[in-house]
Ligand binder design. Structure first.
Ligand SMILES: [Zn+2]
Length: 280
């Protein structure tokens, strides 16, 4: 009896391995695009702005053997996370005053919003056209999402949270605008987003009222800019980053609620290397 059980055990373990693989694959298909990084402009299946391409990519996390130190080892597609020399986030320090004239204009409007818990963050998509003009080049807002604590540091200082507004121009260039969140009396827009936070991975919630995305923005658009990468696998470089200097406010309760649902989701600081940070 014992011998027979022992004979079966390799087959049994193969079965469980296969079952686990199938579960991982179906999970990957279900929330596919998120596996390729939150910064990547993504459309929801029914938003129609970008193709929904389910992909089978490696699982990654913010802790443990699938954490940031090991992302590059999970699959060759994530090699840039280790080999890249222009990675994000960074500590914003040793800034230079940018000399070339620059214009940054926000054209955000009131919109219906949908929130998705993709397992790595809460990602918000919208229905109305929102865009920014950077040096008269138009970048469409694709989605925005949150990190806790902040991914970027400013002069060594971290913030409780950071928001990333992901934009893309018609040629595919990606511009991410980062806004720091500090503790205080929060804006109604954030309060509404937090009222409807989807708690389960893969869950999507449509907020039953229109919200003005422009109301989230800080009063001033003074900012830092530099060239970096996605802060999630595959850590693709060539991303234009704008980090607004002025924070917006969020309550401690809402930070705690986010961390309860998502956990801590900030990639560690990456070397600045020979990059310049412009202050505007
Ligand atoms: Zn992000």
């Amino acid at each position: 009896m014992t011998a027979r059980l022992l004979d079966l055990s390799p087959a049994v373990s193969r079965f469980f391995l296969l079952a686990r693989l199938l579960i991982l694959m179906s999970f990957g298909l279900e929330i596919g695009p998120s596996q390729a990084g939150q910064e990547i402009p993504q459309s929801k299946p029914h938003s129609g702005t970008l193709g929904h391409r389910p992909t089978l990519t490696a699982q990654w996390k913010y802790l443990g053997v699938e954490g940031p130190e090991h992302w590059s080892m999970l699959t060759p597609e994530y090699r840039t996370c280790e080999e890249g020399r222009q990675q994000s986030p960074i500590n914003i320090t040793m800034t230079h005053h940018g000399h070339a004239p620059e214009t940054l204009e926000f054209h955000y409007q009131t919109s219906e919003l949908h929130e998705l818990n993709n397992g790595h963050t809460i990602q918000v998509s919208h229905t109305s056209g929102c865009h920014v003009n950077l040096n008269h080049r138009r970048y469409q807002l694709r989605q925005f999402h949150f990190h806790a604590p902040s991914e970027h540091h400013i002069e060594g200082k971290t913030f409780p949270m950071e928001m990333h507004l992901v934009h893309q121009d018609t040629q595919g260039h990606v511009l991410v605008i980062a806004i720091m969140l500090k503790i205080g009396a929060e804006e109604p827009v954030l309060q509404n987003l937090w009222t409807w936070l989807p708690k389960q991975i893969g869950q999507e919630v449509s907020i039953p009222l229109s919200l003005s995305i422009a109301d989230i923005l800080p009063k001033h658009t003074r900012h830092f800019s530099y060239s970096g990468s996605l802060t999630t696998p595959p850590c693709t470089e060539g991303i234009q980053w704008i980090v607004l200097e002025g924070p917006i406010l969020i309550s401690q309760k809402d930070v705690d609620q986010f961390v309860d649902i998502i956990g801590h989701n900030a990639r560690p600081i990456q070397p600045l290397g020979n990059r310049h940070i412009d202050k505007r």
